[in-house]
Each structure stands twice: as C-alpha cells, then as structure tokens.
Design a protein around this ligand. Structure first.
Ligand code: ADP
Ligand code: MG
Length: 640
C-alpha cells in the first residue's frame, strides 16, 4: 500500500469512528449549511425532535423554531459566519408533534478546505427534564425559605447543611455563621431535655419518623425559646440517609396565650370566691352598721358614744374593703354613661397632683376627637387613681407618669395574640411610669386580691382595677420589666348609639332630721337584720310590719291595705323578692317597692328599676343610705 493509500485508510478509519460516536451519542448532533438546510441528522436528533433523518435532511432547520423566535437561526448563523462559537445556549425548540422542549445548544462552524465557513454543526441536549427539576427545587427552596418555622438540616457528622430565614430569625445566627459548621458551635442543644433531643436525633438517623416533641433552645442572645421539634431523616443518593431535618416551631406566643388563659381562669375563680365572701360579710356589716346607728340614738354617755362611733367607722372601712372585693369579682353596681374619657382623665389628674407629690411629673397626651365610651365615671376615676398611686409607689425618687388616650382599631392579628379582646374600635387608656418595673413573678400575680410587695399594701388596688375594667367590657394588659418602668394598657369598646342614654344617677341626698310617717312592710329572712332595720325605721317615724319571706309578706299585705312601701330582700326562701314584687304590682301597680341585696342588681332587677319604678339599695347599708332611698321613693307620686 502506498503511503497515500495508507493515509486515506487512516482517515477513513477515523471518519468511521467519528460516525459511530455520532450515531451512538445521547445528544442530537446535526449539521446545516449557511441557509439552514439540514445536512446530517443522527438518531438522537430523531429521538429528541421527532423527525426521522429522512424527514429532516434537506429541510430547513427553521422548522424547529418556536413561533416566538423565528429569526434565531439566522442570528446564530450570522454569529458563526463571523467566526464565533456558541456554547451551551439554552433555548426552546418545537418537536414534530408540536410540543416545546428545552434544549442546550453548542454550535461550531463547519469549514471547507480553504477555511471558509460553509455551515454549522450543532450538538443539542434535551434539558426539559432538568429544567423541570430545577423549577421544582426552586419551588421547594422557596417553601423552605418562606416557612414561618425554622427548618434546619444537618448531616451525619452533625454539620449544618441548610438553615432557613426563620431559623436565622429564631436563633439569631445567620446562614453564613452556621452552614458548614458543626451544630454544637451554636450551642443549639436543648436546655431542658438534651437526652430526649439526642435520642430523637438518633432515631431519625436510623430512619424512624418521630412525633414532634417540645424542648427549650437558647438563641444567640441568650433568649430561651420553648419550641416544638419535628425531626425526619433526609435521604440522599441510593436512598441512603445522609442527615436529619428538623422543623422547629416557636411556641412562645402559644405559651403566652396559654398563660393569659390560665391567668384569666384563676382570676375568675378567685373572683367568685371573693364575691361569695364579700356577700356574707356585707350581711354582717349591715347588722353592725345598723346596730351602731340605732345604739347611737339611744346612748347619751359620751364615752360609750365614742366607742360605738369607732365600731361604726371600722365597719364602714370593712364595708369599703368588701366593696373592693365586689368590684374585683365584677359584682358591683355600675352606672355606666356615655362619656368622653379625656374629660374624666383631666378631672382625675387634677386630683392626682396632690396625691402623687412634686417629684413625679404628670404628662397627659390626649387624642383629639376621642370616641365615646360607655363607662361608670366614678369607677374610671377609681381605676386611674389606683394605677397612679401604684406608679407613685414605684417611683420613690420621682420620675414621670404619663396618661395617654387614643382611638384604636383592634385588628384580627391583635385579637389573635391577646386574650379575650374583640376586634373593632376601642379607646385606649395608657398609663405609664418610669419606676422600678416588675419581675415575672409579680406580673403573674399582680391582679390577685391581697397580692402585694409593699409593707403597708392591701393588694386590692389592681384587683379592683381588673374587676372594674372587665365588668365594663374592657381589657387590661401590663408591660413591665425590672428597671424599665411599667405601662398599663386599658382597652374599652367604643360606645354604640344605643348605649348613649345614660342611666339615672342615684339620689345623693342625705337628710336625717326629717319627720317621716307611713307604713312600711319589711321582708327579710335574716332575723338580726330584720330587727335592726325595724329599729332604724321606727326610729325614723315609720310604722313597720315584718315578714320573713314573700309568701308571708303577701299574706300581710292582704290584711293591711294601708301599706305605703315594701322593703324586701331579693334572695329569700319560699318566694323571692322579685316574685313578691310581681304579685304586689299586679294588685297595685303604684306600690313603692325597694329591693335590697348584698349582690348587685341583676339585669332583671335593673329592668324592673327602669320600667316599674322599683328602687334598689345595696347591702351593707347604713341608716342614712336606707332612709335616703325611702325618702326618694316617697317623693314620687303616692300609690293609690
Ligand atoms: P398594693 O398597691 O396595695 O400593693 P396593688 O394591687 O395595687 O396592691 O398592686 C399589687 C402589686 O403589684 C404591688 O404591690 C406591686 O408589687 C405591683 N405593682 C403594681 N403597680 C406597679 C407599678 N406601676 N410598678 C411596679 N410595680 C407595681
Ligand atoms: Mg396599689
């Protein structure tokens, strides 16, 4: 064989080898001339594009172009003609069946013997699947990133592999600080149950799914974070577990709501207990007050009079305490009216000046056009005073007390994070001091009756505030830290039109020297109170008939048509006060009736008060209160 032949056959061999590679390649390999006419077409091209070699060769490559990029081939060919290469150019192509695929193109110029570009060879890779996978991965990554829960994965060597945004926020470590580091560096170990966490991690590494459990972590800044942790194995290639993923949910908010619920339930329970005790005390105090009133009228010895006066004033102090307990247990008689909280704040702050001393400066910040609220003015004053006095006590070296009002719309987010508030328009009353602040223990207990940290404290100030606010349909929140001062936020619902009509205020007149006359039927099941009240009434000039319960009272009333007024307890055996009044009013709609009770007037009784001219005196009452109420009843047109 001549050397030339030898060269030829070597070339031939080489060409055949190349042809085999092209035939067997997974990527589409084809060539075209400068017009775009297809010159060659390998089996992979047929598979990827759907056109057989016979259908492709001799046809324009433009048939592969999607309608939205008709001149792409022309531009590519122009670049090739200028000697450029095109590598890994990602674009779209249309298959024979019309479906669109993603391809990555690498295109090289075809040169003739003189080195002139006469066409192009294309290697096209179908990257549709890969693109789809990329998109899925991006979606999953977005889900992980946007998760409100911290999502963290570590490999078997305990090195952190992923750390999402929520993990950054929760633990305070950035991704850069953490990824690639052993997890121990972050001290991300359970504070309270390290053994359980370790065990759960090991189970996850063995491929066992575990139910979420709760542990406390410590964030970078030292904050303790109660969290629920769900661990699951992460599978890699060949289904081998290469690590563990943890979904970590911050439970602080949940815990706070649970705590609020517990707190409110506790106060509810103490409230009904305190209310019951206060009720019994009121009966006893009624006896003491009335007895000392009667005794005073009978006694001339000044030393004995002085003793009795001491008894009387001690009983009145005790009555003031039970009144506070009743306030706390939300069993007080409220006289709500539509009012502008700013007015009440201004008038109360004037009184505060004296109470609080010169070392504390009072700043008021009152919103203009404040919405009206439906509240008992005197009670609101009491609330502000109690909070202000506490603020004063917390600032022994002086400081500042700010009283602020504002219209606020409570939205769903606020409602969701605060216990027992309704969404909607509210008026905020905020009282802030720059005093000592409170620790957690004090904050947990501050509304409890008799909880005090002061030597001479009663522990009833905030209990009263709480009761009044809650009975008024409001809510109270406290924000305080040791050394940082304290802020109480009180929210009251904006008054609606219907509530604007103010309840009439009770007559405040107190006359004792008046000459009285008339017949009063006293209905009371407690013998001691019965005797004492009889004495008080007789002393005042009335003729008194008595009955122990409603039935007896009805019988007495049958026989005595001259009764001018019925004074009846509400809670009694046999027939209660309301049933009695029902019967009496049926007979004589103008009959004067006064209810008394240690409990505040219920809704039903308030309705009677409004619609039927019935009056109400709350126990314990002194002779003055009772007589004033009777006078007021007599001042109305007489019955019959
Ligand atoms: P008292 O004032 O009789 O102690 P309170 O019910 O008014 O009872 O308050 C209960 C406790 O709450 C106080 O003893 C005090 O420890 C704490 N406290 C209330 N208000 C404040 C405040 N503004 N700053 C700091 N601590 C307060
Ligand atoms: Mg107090």
């Amino acid at each position: 064989m001549s050397p030339l032949d030898h060269g030829r056959s070597a070339e031939l061999l080489e060409a055949r080898r190349l042809a085999t590679i092209v035939e067997a390649a997974e990527d589409a390999i084809f060539s075209k001339d400068l017009e775009g006419t297809i010159l060659s077409w390998n089996p992979a091209a047929a598979r990827i594009y759907g056109f057989s070699a016979a259908e492709a060769v001799g046809h324009p490559v433009q048939m592969l172009l999607p309608p939205d990029r008709p001149d792409e081939v022309t531009r590519i060919l122009a670049r090739l003609a200028a000697g450029e290469h095109v590598e890994h150019f990602e674009t779209k192509r249309v298959r024979k069946d019309g479906s669109v695929i993603d391809v990555s193109l690498t295109i090289s110029p075809l040169l003739d013997a003189e080195g002139t570009v006469v066409g192009a060879a294309t290697i096209a890779r179908d990257i549709t699947r890969q693109k789809e996978t990329d998109r899925r991965i991006r979606e999953l990554a977005a889900i992980v990133e946007n998760s409100r829960d911290a999502i963290v994965t570590r490999d078997r060597e305990r090195v952190v592999i992923t750390w999402n945004d929520a993990a950054e926020r929760l633990f305070g470590y950035t991704r850069d600080e953490v990824v690639g580091q052993p997890i121990e560096l972050m001290a991300l170990e359970a504070e309270d149950r390290p053994a359980e966490l370790e065990e759960a991690l090991r189970r996850a590494e063995r491929g066992e799914e575990a139910t979420p459990f709760e542990v406390t972590f410590r964030a970078k800044d030292g904050t303790l974070i109660p969290a629920s942790v769900a661990l699951s194995p992460v599978y890699g290639e060949e289904n081998r577990i290469f690590g563990v993923a943890g979904v970590i949910r911050d439970l602080r908010e949940t815990r706070r709501l649970e705590e609020q619920l517990r707190q409110s339930q506790k106060l509810e329970a103490i409230g009904s207990l305190a209310g019951g005790i206060a009720h019994d005390f009121n009966n006893l105090l009624t006896v003491i007050c009335a007895a000392s009133d009667v005794a005073l009228a009978d006694v001339d010895d000044p030393r004995v009079r002085e003793r009795i006066e001491q008894i009387d004033s001690a009983a009145r102090l005790a009555a003031a305490l039970t009144a506070q307990l009743l306030a706390f247990s939300r069993q007080q008689v409220l006289r709500p009216e539509s009012l502008d909280l700013n007015d009440t704040v201004v008038s109360t702050v004037q009184m505060l000046d004296r109470l609080i001393g010169e070392r504390v400066s009072i700043v008021t910040e009152l919103a203009s056009s404040l919405w009206p609220v439906h509240l008992d003015r005197t009670q609101v004053q009491q609330v502000i005073m109690n909070l202000a006095v506490n603020a004063r006590d917390a600032m022994p070296d002086g400081g500042s007390l700010s009283v602020r009002t504002e219209n606020v719309m409570l939205d769903e987010t606020y409602v969701a994070t605060h216990f027992e508030v309704e969404p909607g328009p509210h008026v905020l009353l905020e009282i802030t001091d720059s005093g000592t602040g409170m620790d957690e223990e004090t904050k947990r207990r501050l509304f409890d009756p008799f909880f005090t940290t002061k030597e001479a404290g009663t522990g009833l100030g905030l209990a009263t505030v709480y009761g009044i606010v809650r009975q008024s349909g409001g809510q109270i929140f406290v924000y305080s830290e040791p050394g940082r001062g304290t802020s109480f936020k009180l929210f009251f619902p904006r008054a609606t039109e219907g509530a604007a009509a103010a309840a009439p205020a009770a007559p405040e007149k107190r006359e004792t020297t008046k000459i009285r006359g008339g017949t009063i039927l006293l209905v009371e099941d407690n013998a001691l109170i019965r005797e004492l009240v009889t004495a008080v009434l007789q002393e005042a000039g009335y003729t008194v008939l008595v009955a122990e319960h409603g039935e007896e009272a009805l019988a007495v009333a049958e026989q005595t048509p001259s009764i001018d007024l019925v004074l009846t307890d509400i809670v009694m055996p046999r027939m209660d006060g309301r049933q009695l009044a029902e019967h009496l009013l049926a007979r004589d709609p103008a009959m004067r009736i006064i209810f008394t009770s240690g409990y505040p007037a219920s809704a039903g009784i308030r309705k009677d008060i409004d619609t039927r001219g019935v009056s109400f005196v709350q126990k314990p009452y002194g002779a003055h209160d009772l007589l004033a109420c009777i006078d007021a009843a007599f001042a109305r047109p007489s019955p019959g």
